[in-house]
Design a binder for this molecule. Sequence first.
Ligand SMILES: *Cc1c(COP(=O)(O)O)cnc(C)c1O
Length: 417
Amino acid sequence: MKKLSFETKLVHADRKLNKPEHGAVHSSTNNSVLFEFDDVADLEAVFQGKKVGHVYSRSSSSTVVSLQTVLNDLEGGVGAVCFSTGMAAISAMFFSLLRTGDHIIVSQFLFGNTRSFMETLKGFGIQISFVDVSRADHIQAAVKKNTRLLFCESIANPVTQVADLKTIGNICEHNGIIFALDNTMTPSALLDANSVKASLLITSLTKYVAGHGSVLGGVLVDMGSFDWTEYQNISEHYKVSDTAQWGLTQIKKRGLRDMGATLAPEAAAQVAIGLETMTMRLHKTCNNALALAQFLSALPQVKTVHYPGLPEHPQHQRATELFTSGMCGGILSFTLADKVDLRTFLNDLELVISATHLGDTRTLALPVATTIFYENGLEERIKMGIDESLIRLSVGIENIEDLQNDFSQAFKKQSLQ
Ligand SMILES: *Cc1c(COP(=O)(O)O)cnc(C)c1O
């Protein structure tokens, strides 16, 4: 498979790697919860981790393993594990790998639900430093003796700060810290996680990977760069013969077997179909996002546009270097001129949908301060750089002129007097 390009792998990897029965080109959807063994010695061996197999589908099932095999191959990792949602992957990773008294460094620009999950972690005695991950000096200064893990997103949502991923990778490598990267905004079609030395890669499959707003899922890929033999929180039970699998084994046992956040086979099959067109959709999305960012920047009704593809974006140069073909993702956000009314403007959009989701084929708009960052309160929103009139757009794959026309007609109804 090495010689094939990424987009070719997207449509052939399932067939080639998993060799489905009967010459099928898709892995079958197998809903069996239980698995029988002719010899009980084999059942025991699988339980004890001495043989690979399925015993109960909360821990593993054939359809989900097929998807994991493909996702791992696309990232070039040493193994992958799927979860029922992106948040399940994130929470399972933290709960599986950390202990009370550990310190972690976390981006101060986080997906809202990940941010509120950090409050849960604090309740379990995890020390957290929130840092500006676009600034290497801030990251270096936060490292402590008991720092176990750094967590950030490639492009933050909604203000689109781009993390200094290369420097973060080097700092983590140098200090023996797990670099956990949430790559939901720039999945493998846009970012080669190996090039930034990520240790663990987490992607919400719900977003660009499945892509059609019809299924939830998450994945964690171990990129193979972290030395688990140096990590003090691995249980003796999970120190299996291949040391590269120690971390993933513990995450699977605790996150799936014990916590139960398992991806259902039917959902895995839907994700696999969405995945086939990921690159095509993302390219169209990124091109549309850049065109819309330029279009909105020129309007008197718009105050500021945040999009890494615009030359005036503070991390524009970094984004064009990090991301494949200089494509800067499908999320942009903008604030409105004082006289524009946020609610009537959004209600007047006819094509663009007001909804909280991203990575869909359709363009979605969301008022940020009153929805995903409502719980944070005004003071914290100001600290996070979130203006009260900020609108987040998740750009879809529609015709760009139709999108521009929709914004034009809705803005025309606003008086600027
Ligand atoms: C949506 C999202 C998640 C959570 O994914 P779900 O599948 O909705 O649980 C995590 N991180 C980022 C950056 C996201 O956008």
